[in-house]
Design a protein around this ligand. Structure first.
Ligand SMILES: Cc1cc2nc3c(=O)[nH]c(=O)nc-3n(C[C@H](O)[C@H](O)[C@H](O)COP(=O)(O)OP(=O)(O)OC[C@H]3O[C@@H](n4cnc5c(N)ncnc54)[C@H](O)[C@@H]3O)c2cc1C
Length: 461
């Protein structure tokens, strides 16, 4: 075996790339291995017949940390920001209803009935107490706001972020601020106002992408790592090395059909949890068991290109979410070409439909043709689109997003305990602190900083 690597990062999605890049910034030599042909994992942009389609995330919130990373990578000129006033819609009784974004808009909104609107507006005056046992998102919303708000506002939003089932998602794990605000102030609205007062009074981060798609970010991150990021390297297992004074771990992988072995002082596993569980089983069966407890939901993504005049009215806005009670299979549709420039040729439009999720697990099992037929039919019934798309691409992510279900907090605690008991083995990924791109980067950076401190304390850094 060659000289040991200082750190090997397994997985080149945004979490692994962020961790490897931060290690590099901290002066720690790092090698990243990913089984894919291109970096980015779930993030992937393709250009087809003049359309720009995204296989996973369609945009991201430009948090301060992400904007700083983008500047550091020298790609800020590529950045585009969506119009913050772009309306979002929810389908109710077959009609698109604007989501109210302010108390004034709430008063006149036709998305919710008068009683539901009153529940929201009067919430700051009704103090409630958090139950002692862990609560699901659905039970929390029913208790505080009633069923209509759950069905037409919260459940569709939960589908949009987690592809999740609100009856199973843990409020504390998936939306920790809501849990905290009720605990501290007895009211969500009051908590939100107070927390904004404590901060910089800036509005929410802008919704961003790049001229050439979200993949610009992960391509630039991988380019910065240069030949330290090795694509096409499938890791099969991580083993512990016992010899004192030498590297702690052995990473076995397959590259271009040949088995390869690396030894490393530190291994950061940044694959999905179910892969991590399998890879580290020889090192710690306990950790492997904890990781295997994280459930995933599958998502089918269908990107479609049409002539603009195929829609009965211009699609202006972010897009729409569709409550399950509307009895469609589509969970939501993003109107890409209304949000960002360069998504479709002149006179044409690009939209992306999402199907499946925790409440419709069979969808990702269906053949592509069936999924496309469902999308064409529903695009016609919901948006009034006439005729076939001129371009269409389907991605089926059978395990797309980790579910922050009831008990998730205990699983993460067990993973963290296992990590502390296994020096030199670390984890990063969207199942730990949040699935958004911003959270993955923040967490990848944090893991890198912990690794750097560990190496210094072990006199290896
Ligand atoms: C459909 C969809 C829409 C989304 N929309 C948004 C959005 O609009 N905004 C937002 O902020 N977030 C969004 N997200 C969430 C976000 O994209 C993900 O949470 C994030 O990209 C996950 O990054 P990751 O690095 O943790 O995992 P992944 O991207 O899954 O990366 C894991 C990597 O591990 C590699 N790997 C796996 N097994 C092995 C192995 N054995 N050996 C070597 N490598 C291996 C894979 O190739 C992959 O590159 C969306 C997610 C999905 C699925």
């Amino acid at each position: 075996m060659a000289n040991p690597e200082q750190v090997v990062v397994l997985g080149g999605g945004i979490s692994g790339l962020a961790c490897a890049l931060r290690l590099r910034q901290l002066g720690v030599p790092v090698t990243l291995l990913d089984e894919g042909e291109r970096p980015g994992g779930l993030i992937g942009t393709v250009e087809e017949d003049g359309f720009l389609f995204e296989s996973g995330p369609q945009s991201f919130q430009g948090t301060d940390l992400l904007l700083e990373l983008i500047r550091e990578l020298g790609i800020e000129n590529e950045l585009c920001m969506a119009d913050a006033r772009a309306p979002r819609f929810v389908l109710r009784h077959g009609r698109l209803q604007k989501v109210p974004m302010s108390p004034q808009a709430m008063l006149g909104s036709s998305l919710l009935g008068a009683a539901a609107r009153w529940k929201i507006l009067s919430e700051p005056f009704r103090k409630t107490r958090t139950p002692t046992e862990e609560e699901s998102v659905a039970s929390f919303v029913r208790r505080k706001f009633g069923h209509e708000i759950l069905e037409y506002l919260v459940a569709p939003f939960v589908s949009g972020v987690y592809a999740g089932d609100p009856e199973k998602l843990s409020l504390r794990a998936a939306f920790p601020s809501l849990d905290e605000w009720e605990r501290e102030y007895g009211s969500i609205v009051r908590g939100a106002i107070k927390s904004r007062g404590k901060g910089t009074k800036k509005g929410p981060p802008p919704l961003c992408s790049f001229r050439r798609g979200v993949g610009t970010l992960t391509r630039a991150m991988a380019a910065r790592l240069g030949d330290r990021a090795r694509m096409g390297a499938r890791v099969d297992e991580v083993r512990k090395l016992d010899a004192a004074g030498c590297a702690r771990y052995q990473v076995n992988s397959v590259f271009e059909g040949r088995g390869e072995t690396l030894s490393a002082h530190v291994v950061v596993v940044a694959t999905p949890a179910y892969v991590a569980s399998h890879l580290i089983a020889p090192v710690s069966p306990t950790l492997s068991h904890a990781l295997s407890g994280i459930a995933y939901a599958g998502v089918a993504v269908v990107a479609s290109g049409y002539y603009a005049n195929q829609a009965k009215a211009p699609l202006d806005g972010f897009g729409l979410l569709i409550p399950r009670s509307e009895e469609h299979r589509t969970l939501g549709i993003v109107w890409n070409s209304s949000l960002f420039p360069g998504r479709a040729p002149e006179g044409q439009m690009a939209i992306t439909s999402f199907l499946g999720g925790a409440t419709d697990p069979e969808m990702v099992e269906k053949p592509d043709e069936t999924i496309v037929a469902i999308v064409e039919d529903e695009n016609s019934r919901i948006l009034g689109i006439v005729g076939q798309p001129i371009a269409c691409t389907v991605w089926k992510h059978s395990k797309a997003l980790p579910q922050y279900n009831l008990g998730h907090g205990h699983i993460v605690e067990a993973i963290r305990e296992g990590e502390s008991a296994t020096p030199g083995l670390y984890f990063a990924g969207n199942y730990l602190t949040g699935p958004s791109i911003g959270m993955c980067v923040e967490q990848g950076f944090h893991t890198a900083e912990t690794v750097s401190t560990y190496l210094k304390s072990d006199n290896l850094g």
